[in-house]
Design a protein around this ligand. Sequence first.
Ligand code: CUA
Length: 328
Amino acid sequence: MEFGFLFLGQELGKGLILLQSITNPASQQAERINRVFNSFNIAAAAMLLLVSFLVVYICIKFRTKKGDSSEPLQTKGNTKLEAVMIGVPALLLAYFFYQTVVIERAVAPAVDKTMQPDIIITGHQWWWEVEYPASKVVTANEVHLPIGKHLLMEMRSADVIHDWWVPELGNKMDLVPNMNNYLWLDINKPGNYAGACSEFCGAQHAWMRINVIAQTQNDFNKWLALNQSNAKAPGDALAMAGEKLFQEKTCANCHRIQGTAANAIVGPDLTHIGGRQEILTGIMKNNEGNLYKWINHPQEIKPGAHMPDFILEKDSVVAIAHYLIGLK
Ligand code: CUA
């Protein structure tokens, strides 16, 4: 499948590929970074214009005039001019260095290790585990966050180095094995914010997308309460068959569905998978047909993923997909 993703995009209905933007800050941290970035760009543009103008002006003003073959005036050194040419850039650099330090301290203040993070993000090859320690909710890939709150995010890795970056929400943060990094976040307005893993981490790095769903505190609380509850599968015969197969086949060896015997944490938590917008960090929209395609041939859709092709019977895959989409 040379044209894998192109083909998948049409065939499977691509997930929500949202635009990532650094010019549209939606958090206090991003606004601060944006301000210094913009003022730096203005200063750099002004300097470029000034130098370009001087080059052109001097070329015209001091060009050789027709019929004038005399030698130009020979001078050496100009202390005043040199002082200006060194002094102005040095002052500009010093100013932006100072601004950078100020903003760094404001965006990433020191973290007291005894503080309880509001959210723990763990990078896996190639998905994001999302945990809310206070409510014990665990989910994957879709990161629900409340707006207007000073959030502390703890960043971990289960395997290799990943890098969190949602441009509209501010700075990047590496997720490093055996090390906890922290990110502060104050989101200003509700919405979906797209990001992606920004450190090469293996075969599916390019598809390790992030979907942050920023909600009002009220909506967030509702989502959290729903996700705190055990999975409720629809009671129809196909879903019940699917649940049985899920527990009997290898699915339960890697995945957790809260309220059932499946309690493994190798792969993403599937307790409320039916309520998610996308699967596979944005490769596909979440629906029964796409779940079927994924479970049927994981390696065709996400080559290198740690979920092997299990070669299940068609009826079994249909039942499992039906069961999973019902987990709301
Ligand atoms: Cu994870 Cu790149």
